[in-house]
Design a protein around this ligand. Structure first.
Ligand code: C5P
Length: 209
């Protein structure tokens, strides 16, 4: 039987990571946050003090990415996400990571993958495609709340500007820009708590199953 695949795409901070985890738990599927693979490449270049446009070093780092050993705590920094969106523009780097992501998706019993190009490029034949969005203001507010909840402080307008810049880079790049697949179900979480988003996604999936 073909492994069951759920593809989740959307901009930074829309809640797709949390949703992907809930769905993977619920349907007992493997889970891959593909953003971590781009972050791992960026992190390797930053650690080596290399510029983010050093394509051959980025390709080498991409080949070394081990999906079984992606350390979220090391890769979660905001600056690493920002750097990831810079190395993610290079087609040769994407090709290497997409290959690994496709292999992952093939494993039994199936998988939930979240990212920017899962429904359009990585798994165009996914059984379910979700495109998860929220307004930039809501995403900025969520990020601010998250920072404040761990005792940090930040400026709402700076976070918002940051989010808009990242959206522009992810949606504007030539190779695999962020966009909903033609057959994706749109889920706007601007006014939804995570539980409501999970139930809405579950309703869509159970309808197809
Ligand atoms: O989702 P996350 O914030 O971890 O992703 C970091 C960056 O990696 C994104 O801004 C995007 O540029 C890139 N990315 C990508 N394709 C994916 C996942 C992430 O280009 N499938």
């Amino acid at each position: 039987m073909k492994p069951f695949t759920i593809a989740i795409d959307g901009p930074a901070g829309a809640g797709k990571g949390t949703l992907a985890r809930r769905l993977a738990d619920h349907y007992r599927l493997n889970l891959l946050d593909t953003g971590l693979t781009y972050r791992a490449v960026a992190h390797a270049l930053l650690r080596l003090g290399l510029p983010l446009d050093n394509v051959s070093a980025a390709e080498t780092a991409a080949r070394q990415v081990d999906l079984a050993n992606l350390d979220r705590s090391m890769l979660s920094a905001h600056a690493v996400g920002e750097a990831a969106s810079k190395v993610a523009v290079f087609p040769s780097v994407r090709r290497i990571l997409v290959e690994k992501q496709r292999e992952f998706a093939k494993g039994p019993p199936g998988a939930v993958l979240d990212g920017r190009d899962i429904g359009t490029v990585v798994c165009p034949d996914a059984d379910i495609k979700l495109y998860v969005t929220a307004s930039a203001e809501v995403r900025a507010q969520r990020r601010l709340t998250e920072i404040e909840s761990i005792g940090g402080n930040a400026d709402f307008n700076e976070i918002l500007a940051d989010i808009l810049r990242r959206d522009e880079r992810d949606m504007g790049r030539a190779d695999s820009p962020l966009k909903p697949a033609a057959d994706a179900h749109l889920l706007d979480t601007s006014e939804m708590a995570i539980e409501a988003a999970f139930l809405a996604a579950k309703a869509i999936i159970d309808d197809v199953l």
